[in-house]
Design a protein around this ligand. Structure first.
Ligand SMILES: *[C@@H]1O[C@H](CO)[C@@H](O)[C@H](O)[C@H]1NC(C)=O
Ligand SMILES: *[C@@H]1O[C@H](CO)[C@@H](O)[C@H](O)[C@H]1NC(C)=O
Ligand SMILES: *[C@@H]1O[C@H](CO)[C@@H](O)[C@H](O)[C@H]1NC(C)=O
Ligand SMILES: *[C@@H]1O[C@H](CO)[C@@H](O)[C@H](O)[C@H]1NC(C)=O
Length: 462
């Protein structure tokens, strides 16, 4: 065997020059070039059979060793197909570590995850069970010809992303206006791509822009606001399923703030009236109403019904006073308290004459007139009335980021004689233009946030 091999080697060397000339004339597996048969194996390497009858009997690889990609924990199979192996032997070698894994029918490595199977003396399979990242690399299939002949294939081991809990932010409670940094670290192979977004799908106000997704490990929010209060998802993906995410809840604390749509309410004796107050606070505030004397108003009596609707950190308070009598006129206070502070606001309930006719325009002077300039709407009389105030309330509820839903019995009662506004005011020239002005004003008011000063500014003229 040895001497035969040596002969082949020298034949290769001697005949190399002769064979080069053949390469220019097209390609084929078997090509007769003078007296020499030239085999071109799958890798384009010439194999010379020389003059012997067993020209094509020299071992050759039937196909390249396919590269294999396996997710960690799965099993991998590397295949080496050799034709005409005859008495030669196939070995599997780990290239990076120069470790022999198997020779012929024997597994050499001590690694219990590695095994071997073969077929017809032709196909040689290397099995790697429960593939680990250390298995990533080149694997070589060798045939012990002289010179040795080999092919290699790459085993790619991919790892789905996972989030490193220790290096990733957990739920946070911060004060409004501070800087907040949420961090997310993930591992995996290939290196995962990490991004942040809100669980509710809303945009994130980020560096003065509204963005849906923030790329990268760090979500750095300067001067955090209550609008940032949300559950955030850190999502890591690298093309290897499954992607993974972690929820991080961000709570933003701030002292109560309060706004009053109408600081002045008018009612006549015998009427039911509803006072309204909006607050924002986190932690959630405790809200209540007091009388002028500071007595807390207990809801549920015949006289008073206090309702509060919560929407996140916002509350909408209503106090319904039934059958107003003389002693009910005066000031009411809505109060909101949380651990960071307390605020209150005053609503004045004033008496207005009981309606004598629904056609009167007496009460139609409007807060809007103050902004938009009167255009025939204000005809003197009681300038403080709330006909438009009631309408304001309905607009603002509608406009208030669309978040409040009114009780199922519809919008709050209009605190005016029925028809006083809807019929008379329109006939008094409260045109579409003014209405739009009112809407715009209310929009800007609510967008500017809520403050008592703004609330005062928004109240009707005194
Ligand atoms: C295996 O991957 C290597 C690069 O990683 C490439 O050069 C080679 O052609 C690939 N082999 C096959 C059979 O795809
Ligand atoms: C918050 O971040 C901004 C921008 O990086 C920086 O200018 C400011 O000093 C930070 N404020 C605090 C309190 O760290
Ligand atoms: C007016 O209502 C108050 C309760 O707010 C009640 O105590 C008082 O008796 C009532 N007065 C009259 C005259 O009905
Ligand atoms: C709201 O803010 C804008 C600019 O910040 C200002 O022009 C507008 O007058 C404000 N509106 C109210 C009602 O405060």
């Amino acid at each position: 065997m040895f001497s035969w091999n040596m002969f082949v080697v020298s034949a290769v060397v001697v005949l190399m020059g002769v064979c080069q000339c053949a390469s220019g004339r097209g390609r084929g597996h078997h090509r007769v070039d003078g007296r020499h048969v030239r085999n071109i194996d799958s890798n384009g390497i010439s194999v010379l059979g020389g003059d012997f009858n067993h020209d094509s009997a020299f071992p050759r690889f039937a196909e390249p060793i396919p590269n294999v990609t396996v997710t960690v924990g799965r099993d991998a199979l590397l295949a080496c197909v050799v034709e005409n192996l005859r008495g030669f032997k196939v070995a599997w070698v780990r290239v990076d570590t120069q470790t022999i894994l198997s020779i012929h029918h024997n597994v050499i490595t001590q690694n219990p995850r590695i095994s071997l199977s073969y077929n017809d003396h032709r196909s040689w399979y290397l099995h790697i069970k429960n593939v680990q990242e250390v298995d990533r690399g080149w694997y070589m299939c060798q045939v012990n010809t002289d010179p040795m002949r080999s092919r290699q294939g790459y085993l790619q081991v991919v790892v789905p992303p996972s989030i490193i809990d220790k290096e990733t932010s957990s739920d946070m409670v911060v004060l409004e206006s501070t800087n907040v940094s949420l961090t997310c670290k993930a591992t995996g192979y290939p290196e995962p791509y990490v991004m942040w977004r809100r669980e509710d799908g809303e945009d994130i106000k980020y560096n003065g822009e509204n963005v849906n997704v923030v790329d990268g490990e760090i979500l750095f929010i300067t001067k955090v606001s209550r609008l940032h209060m949300a559950v955030y998802l850190c999502i890591a993906s690298n093309g290897v399923p499954p992607s993974i995410s972690k929820r991080v809840q961000l709570k933003v604390q701030f002292p109560p703030m309060l706004s009053i749509p109408n600081q002045l309410e008018g009612a006549y004796v015998g009427q039911d009236v509803t006072l309204e107050c909006r607050t924002e606070a986190f932690p959630t505030s405790i809200n209540y109403w007091t009388t002028e004397r500071g007595d807390m108003i207990i809801s549920g009596s015949d006289k008073y019904e206090a309702v509060s609707m919560d929407n996140g950190y916002k509350k909408y308070m209503m106090l319904k006073i039934r059958r107003v009598n003389k002693s009910d006129f005066g000031s009411y206070r809505c109060v909101a308290k949380n651990s960071l502070g307390e605020t209150d606001g005053v609503i004045k309930l004033e008496e207005i004459p009981a309606p004598t006719t629904t056609r009167t325009t007496t009460h139609l002077a409007t807060p809007v007139a103050k902004k938009g300039g009167p255009r025939g709407g204000s005809k003197g009389g009681d300038n403080r009335a709330n006909a438009v105030g009631a309408e304001d309330t309905r607009i603002s509820e509608y406009d208030y980021e669309g978040e409040y839903t009114l009780p199922s019995n519809g919008p709050p009662p209009i605190r005016e004689p029925p028809g006083a506004f809807s019929a008379a005011s329109r006939s008094a020239g409260f045109g579409v233009g003014r209405f739009v002005v009112a809407l715009l004003f209310l929009r800007s008011f609510f967008q500017n946030g809520t403050s008592r000063a703004a609330a005062a500014a928004a109240a009707g003229p005194r």
